[in-house]
Design a protein around this ligand. Structure first.
Ligand SMILES: Cc1ncc(COP(=O)(O)O)c(C=O)c1O
Length: 362
């Protein structure tokens, strides 16, 4: 019998965020009785055959959905993408070396901070001059650095690279908030990493997809826990992996595969973002906060031109069953996150409220 739930709210949360309803059902069932085993997924050994198969399948799905080269490796670790900020310089920056960074918001700031602990961080491009409301373009990545790191989608400010920067050195990307939302050419990257909790699953697992040939060149001696090659050699089982988050990630990636893969997601995401940005541009009481050509398909940021109207707008969208559109605490205004699993009906519900509010206040 399916597990009963309340009617869903329209969840625009920036992450953790909405996942497919059928994934919630499957995950809930597995907590009670995993595949008829009489055991909860929460009480099984990570080294037992059933979970080893889950881990293998999840890694394989990542590679399959993104079309990664065969020799690329995947690991799933705890620690969040924030631990990734630390793992990047530790695994890719030579002792006494440098990493180049594009600075496009809070997450790149934290990545740069970690790099400075390991050596030199060279900021080759920044959009800080305009409060991160655009994506820097036309910059050169020097070739005397060990890697170039950028953030493909800026979750807080709502900007997104439409074209990835060219780099003469290994390219590393924090794709936490737009992984699996569109096709990418994985072979261009030495490493892509992403927290699961937007497009891939729940919080608690972070995915690292990398070219193993790019590792082992730094001269650093690493703690085994910080060593990506070690985790890859142990197939993400060096220590206890985040079992349940990885399982739910597998379910979410299976759902994505059934629904047209990343190309299908790209189409649906474009339709959703098109609908919302058209409303922002059509309704004069609202204003988008980012450069139009750099608008994120995942996180749309906007404000009410007259901020004194916010309390009455907030009342209206809450009454319509909408949740999670207040902007990040550091930015204010509004942010509607439209990750893969958000149905277009939710975006339509938000647009209807915006239309209604504009009429009442026009
Ligand atoms: C683009 C990006 N990078 C990194 C992070 C940090 O992730 P975590 O909180 O999993 O460490 C986030 C969190 O939202 C993010 O959006």
């Amino acid at each position: 019998m399916p597990i009963q739930t309340q009617a869903k709210v329209h969840n625009f949360s920036a992450g953790p965020c909405v996942l497919p309803q059928e994934v919630f059902q499957q995950a809930a069932q597995a907590v009670l009785d995993w595949d008829g085993s009489g055991l909860s997924i929460l009480e099984v050994s990570h080294r037992g055959k059933p979970f080893v198969a889950v881990m293998e399948k999840t890694m394989a799905l990542v590679k399959e959905l993104l079309g990664a080269p065969a020799h690329y490796q995947v690991v799933f670790l705890g620690g969040g993408a924030s631990m990734g900020f630390h793992l990047v310089p530790q695994n890719f920056m030579k002792l006494g070396g440098k990493g180049a960074y594009a600075h496009t918001g809070e997450w790149s700031k934290r990545a740069i901070k970690e790099a400075k602990l390991a050596g030199e961080a060279v900021v080759v491009a920044s959009s800080e001059d305009k409060n991160f409301n655009y994506i820097p373009k036309g910059f050169q990545v020097p070739n005397d650095v060990d890697y170039f790191h950028f953030t493909s989608n800026n979750t807080i400010y709502g900007t997104q690279y439409k074209q990835f920067p060219a780099s003469p050195v290994p390219l590393i990307c924090d794709m936490s908030s737009d992984i699996m939302s569109r096709p990418v050419n994985v072979a261009d990257f030495a490493m892509i990493y992403a927290g699961a909790q937007k497009n891939m699953g729940p919080a608690g697992a972070t995915m690292y997809l990398f070219d193993p040939d790019a590792l082992g060149k730094t001269g650093r001696s690493l703690s085994p826990m910080m060593d990506l090659a070690n985790h890859a050699a142990k197939e993400s089982m060096y220590n206890t992996p985040p079992v349940f988050p990885v399982y739910v990630t597998m379910l979410t990636l299976e759902w994505l595969k059934r629904n047209g893969g990343v190309a299908g997601a790209e189409k649906r995401n474009a339709a959703k973002a098109g609908l919302l940005y058209a409303a922002i541009d059509r309704l004069p009481i609202f204003q988008g906060t980012t450069a139009k050509e750099d608008r994120s398909v995942m996180n749309a940021t906007f404000v009410l031109k007259d901020s004194t109207l916010e309390p009455s707008f907030d009342e209206l969208w809450k009454a319509a069953g909408i949740s999670g559109i207040r902007g990040h605490r550091s930015v204010g205004g509004y942010r509607a996150s439209m990750y893969n699993a958000l149905p277009i009906e939710s975006v339509q519900a938000l647009v209807d409220v915006m239309e209604d509010f504009a009429k009442r206040n026009g």
